[in-house]
Design a protein around this ligand. Sequence first.
Ligand code: AMP
Ligand code: ZN
Length: 114
Amino acid sequence: MDDNCIFCEIIAGEMAVEKIYEDDEVMAFNDINPQAPAHFLVIPKHHLAGPSEITSADEPLVGKVIHTATHLAKKLGLSNGFRMVINNGEDGGQTVYHFHVHVMGGRRMTWPPG
Ligand code: AMP
Ligand code: ZN
């Protein structure tokens, strides 16, 4: 738990979200500013600032976050495909420094994203 992290506050139940999945290691909820008809985030409950901070000890947890994201995408009906995005650092567009995978779908996603 990082006291200054909004995603840690969400995990602690101190901030309401549209939760779509939770177990003892990961949580998924709808993005507050959706960029596609379906847009949710999957996060580890353990605070990890971002991809650059991943250590070998985090590898199983990061794998579980990605597997949960694909499992939920399938469960939510994104059978025609979806986009997964992980932003890292300032130039990567990361604004929340708690590792998260974006899953977006429900429309044809453009490439390059700009
Ligand atoms: P990033 O720019 O990759 O760090 O993504 C952070 C994402 O978190 C953005 O898409 C925000 O819209 C989303 N976000 C920030 N605060 C909340 C919140 N309280 N509930 C749901 N999504 C949030
Ligand atoms: Zn956190």
